[in-house]
Design a protein around this ligand. Structure first.
Ligand SMILES: Cc1ncc(C[n+]2csc(CCOP(=O)(O)OP(=O)(O)O)c2C)c(N)n1
Length: 278
C-alpha cells in the first residue's frame, strides 16, 4: 500500500518519463508516442517501486527482469533506464541516430535491457524461459512481460501462454496494455479479439483487471499477482494510447507519429500543466 507521498512521487516519475519521451522523439521525427505514454505509470511503478533493479547491479542474478514484448514502445523503457542512471542523459538526444546507443527497439547492448524485442509475439516466450531458469536456480526474482492488445493476434504468444500455465510458472507476471489502438487503427477494427480476460483465464492464468493510469491500483495488482501460487498472472491494464497528450489520445496517427513545431510545443505545455497540478 502506497503512502500519499509515495503515490505522488510515482506520479511525478510517470510525468518525467513522458517528458523524456517527448525529448527523445524531438521535432520532425517519428516516434512511438502512443504506446509508450500508455505505459508510463506501469513502468514508473515497476522500476521505481516494485522491481529489484538498480544500475549498479545489472548483472545481479537475483534482479527482477522486465521484457518489453511490445518492443516498439522502447522509448518508455529507455526513459526509465535513463532516470535509473543506466546510461548518460545525452543518449536521449541520439535515439535512432547512427552511432547512438538507443535504437528503435530494445537491444542487449543497452544497459538494463534483458531481451531483444520488436517482432511482436515473442517476448512472452522469452520471459517464460527466464522465469523457468530462475525457478530452477531457486532465485526469488520475478519476471515481468509487457504485451500490447494488437499483439494478442500473434500465435506464438498463446503457445507461451499455454506453456506457462502447464508448467505452473508463478514467478511470471504479464501485463496486457489494453489501450484499444494498434498500428493502423482501433484494435477492434483491425483484428478484434473479444473477451480477452476470459481468454487468458481459460488458458489457465490468474487474471487481474486494473486501471493502467493509477499507480496505487497498478501496485496492488502486482502485489496480488505475487500471492498467486501454481499459475502465472496477467494484469489487463485499461489504458489510453497517447495518454496526457490531448492530440494523441486514442489517435492511431500517433502510434508512430511525428512532432511538428506546434505539436512539440503543445506536448510540453500539456505536461507543464500537469506538473503545476502535482
Ligand atoms: C511480428 C510483427 N508484425 C508486425 C509488426 C508491426 N507493428 C509494430 S507495432 C504494431 C501494432 C502493435 O499494437 P499493440 O500491440 O496494441 O501496441 P500499442 O498499441 O500498445 O503500441 C505492429 C503491427 C511487428 N512489430 N511485429
Amino acid at each position: 500500500m502506497l503512502k500519499p507521498e509515495q503515490k505522488k512521487e510515482l506520479e511525478k516519475v510517470a510525468l518525467q518519463l513522458r517528458y523524456d519521451i517527448v525529448e527523445m522523439i524531438g521535432i520532425g521525427n517519428a516516434g512511438h508516442l502512443g504506446g509508450s505514454s500508455s505505459l508510463a505509470e506501469t513502468i514508473a511503478v515497476l522500476y521505481f517501486n516494485k522491481m529489484n533493479f538498480s544500475a549498479d547491479k545489472l548483472k545481479d542474478p537475483n534482479r527482477d527482469r522486465l521484457v518489453l514484448s511490445k518492443g516498439h514502445a522502447a522509448l518508455i523503457q529507455y526513459a526509465a533506464l535513463c532516470e535509473k542512471g543506466c546510461f548518460p542523459r545525452e543518449e536521449l538526444k541520439r535515439v535512432k541516430t547512427l552511432g547512438g546507443l538507443l535504437q528503435g527497439h530494445p537491444d542487449l547492448s543497452i544497459p538494463g535491457i534483458e531481451a531483444v524485442t520488436g517482432s511482436l509475439g515473442q517476448g512472452l516466450s522469452i520471459a517464460l524461459g527466464l522465469a523457468l531458469s530462475l525457478r530452477l536456480n531457486k532465485s526469488p526474482a520475478r519476471v515481468y512481460a509487457i504485451m500490447g492488445d494488437g499483439e494478442q493476434s500473434e500465435g506464438q504468444l498463446w503457445e507461451a501462454s499455454m506453456a506457462a500455465a502447464n508448467f505452473k510458472v508463478d514467478n511470471l507476471t504479464a501485463f496486457l496494455d489494453w489501450n484499444s489502438v494498434q498500428a493502423t487503427g482501433h484494435t477492434r477494427d483491425v483484428f478484434n479479439i473479444p473477451d480477452l480476460d476470459k481468454k487468458w483465464a481459460s488458458f489457465g492464468w490468474h487474471v487481474i483487471n486494473a486501471d493502467g493510469h493509477k499507480v496505487d491500483v497498478i501496485l496492488a495488482a502486482i502485489e496480488e499477482a505475487e500471492t498467486v501460487k501454481g499459475k502465472p498472472s496477467v494484469i489487463i491494464l485499461k489504458t489510453i494510447k497517447g495518454k496526457d497528450f490531448s492530440f494523441a489520445e486514442d489517435n492511431p496517427a500517433y502510434h508512430n507519429g511525428t512532432f511538428t513545431d506546434e505539436t512539440y510545443k503543445q506536448a510540453l505545455k500539456e505536461l507543464d500543466a500537469i506538473k503545476a497540478g502535482l
